[in-house]
Design a binder for this molecule. Structure first.
Ligand code: FAD
Length: 457
């Protein structure tokens, strides 16, 4: 008989339990991807993620063709398309990877109902898009952990399923047709420095990082100019890398760098278990409600300057320009730019989170919204009133100023840490830079923040 595998955020052939299970029990499989109209309508199909997705689909199709198969791509309502293709292929089973959050839960529910009405079965596989599925570890009195450290302690002890290899052969029934994949490349609105998507690019990056970066990760991951993190985030978002496989491989590698890296993957699972238990946290304040955010014209002008990288604070501007150029930003830079918006400018974190989602190629509801809440002091952070000073942060994590000079050409002539404080130059030299003045005084920003928070009930 025939089985169908619905690919979603798991666009790979290595370590893919749904495909493995389908191939083990059926004579032929239909590997299907549906361009989901609901995802597009919700604004998630941004130019950067659409371009990266096109690479992922083309590469998945190429990988399947090498194995005698091909990828079937359709567009429309996901439940309707799956039922249609299942009927065309007369598939008895549909295999699907786990997904978390309101949208994925609803998708699964609708698929199950629609398929069962036609006498077909939906099989959902856990630990495909995460290492440890939400709900697998819980504290005594709740359905999820709100604090990372105890979560991490338990997370580390969960035995992971073994990683599975890529299949050798995939037979796809001839009768099922799909859309032509050629001609879908990066649109004009995508970031010029966008990385390539697809499993092959992901695995090449994995090999290179294991050879050259992982061992030092613990020491270098906060160094902005070194750019020494894995850059796996978009691959994890689209599932061209498997979190289970990464944890196994990092543990086999061993050492403090690999250990620190695995801890970051635990953060990824942590935010997913929060969102799975509290889907509303994608928009609503998770723990502490704040509603005195600045609005109005002056705030809007500040937000524009922040978005465009002209706040007058060099490290903030460097980071915001990197985001637009590459569709990616270093974690330390995400922390300090988010703190600048939510605490120094005192603008609602949702405004910043939306801008990040617009540009990030790894833009991801669980990681983005919950990290934003963490920074804004509405989420799971244990120090909600900490404010990151952009000048101190810049000097600490970009001590030589190289990150600033890379992204802010106006400051490329300033040597060493002077790049972090252009306002210290003599007035004439300062004016000649053509670099904006600071939009906010840090002491005033801090004062405003404390007053607003102090008045909270
Ligand atoms: P590495 O440092 O190499 O880490 C390896 C992997 O661990 C990452 O690929 C990621 O999957 C995971 N990871 C690392 N840090 C975190 C973290 N703090 N929370 C959750 N997972 C983490 N990450 C996203 O994937 N999508 C987002 O939309 C996103 N938005 C963010 C917004 C803000 C305000 C902040 C502070 C962080 C955000 N992050 C997001 C988390 C983190 O910044 C990125 O995952 C990381 O910078 C990606 O680079 P990397 O792959 O080189 O990470």
């Amino acid at each position: 008989h025939v089985s169908l595998v619905l690919f979603t955020s798991d666009l790979r052939l290595h370590d893919h339990p749904p495909l493995r299970a389908a191939l083990a029990s059926a004579d032929a499989v239909v590997p299907l991807f549906v361009r989901d109209r609901a995802v597009e309508a919700a604004g998630f199909a941004t130019p950067n993620r659409t371009a990266f997705l096109a690479d992922c689909l083309a590469d998945l199709d190429a990988g399947l063709r090498e194995r005698g198969g091909r990828l079937v791509v359709r567009s429309g309502d996901v439940a309707e398309e799956v039922c249609r293709v299942a009927a065309e292929a007369d598939a008895r089973e549909v295999h699907l990877a786990d997904g978390y959050g309101r949208y994925a839960a609803r998708r699964e529910e609708r698929l199950r109902a629609a398929l069962e009405a036609e006498g077909r079965r939906l099989v959902v596989h856990d630990a495909v898009t995460v290492a440890v599925p939400p709900g697998e570890v819980t504290p005594a009195a709740s359905d999820h952990f709100a604090v990372f450290t105890p979560y991490h302690r338990k997370w580390e002890r969960v035995p992971l399923r073994p990683a599975v290899g890529a299949p050798r052969r995939v037979r796809v029934p001839d009768a099922v047709g799909g859309e032509d994949l050629s001609g879908r490349g990066a649109g004009a609105d995508a970031s010029p420095g966008l990385p390539a998507g697809g499993e092959r690019a992901a695995r090449a990056r994995l090999t290179a990082y294991w050879r050259g970066g992982l061992a030092a990760y613990g020491d270098t991951h906060d160094d902005l100019a070194a750019d020494a993190t894995s850059r796996f985030s978009a691959h994890l978002h689209f599932g061209t890398l498997s979190p289970v496989e990464l944890v196994h491989r990092a543990r086999r590698h061993g050492g403090p760098g690999a250990e620190a890296f695995v801890r970051q993957l635990a953060w990824r699972d942590f935010h997913r278990q929060v969102l799975a238990a509290r889907p509303a946290a994608a928009r609503a304040d998770y723990r502490t409600k704040h509603d005195r955010w600045r609005t109005g014209r002056a705030a809007a002008a500040d937000v524009d300057a922040w978005r465009e990288g002209r706040t007058g604070y060099p490290v903030v501007d460097a980071a915001m320009r990197q985001l637009r150029h590459e569709g990616w930003m270093h974690n330390r830079a995400r922390l300090l730019t988010a703190s600048f918006l939510a605490k120094t400018l005192y603008v609602d974190w949702r405004v910043g989170a939306a801008h990040f989602l617009r540009w990030l190629v790894d833009g991801d509801l669980a990681n983005n919204q919950l990290n934003w809440q963490w920074v804004a002091g509405t989420g799971t952070d244990s120090r909600p009133n900490r404010v990151l000073n952009p000048v101190t942060q810049g000097k600490k994590y970009d001590p030589d100023g190289a990150y600033v000079r890379r992204w802010v050409p106006e400051l490329s002539g300033l040597a060493g840490p002077a790049a972090h404080e252009p306002w210290k130059l003599p007035a004439r030299d300062r004016a000649a830079l053509g670099y904006p003045d600071r939009i906010v005084d840090l002491a005033e920003g801090l004062d405003r923040f404390r007053r607003a928070r102090g008045k909270q009930p």
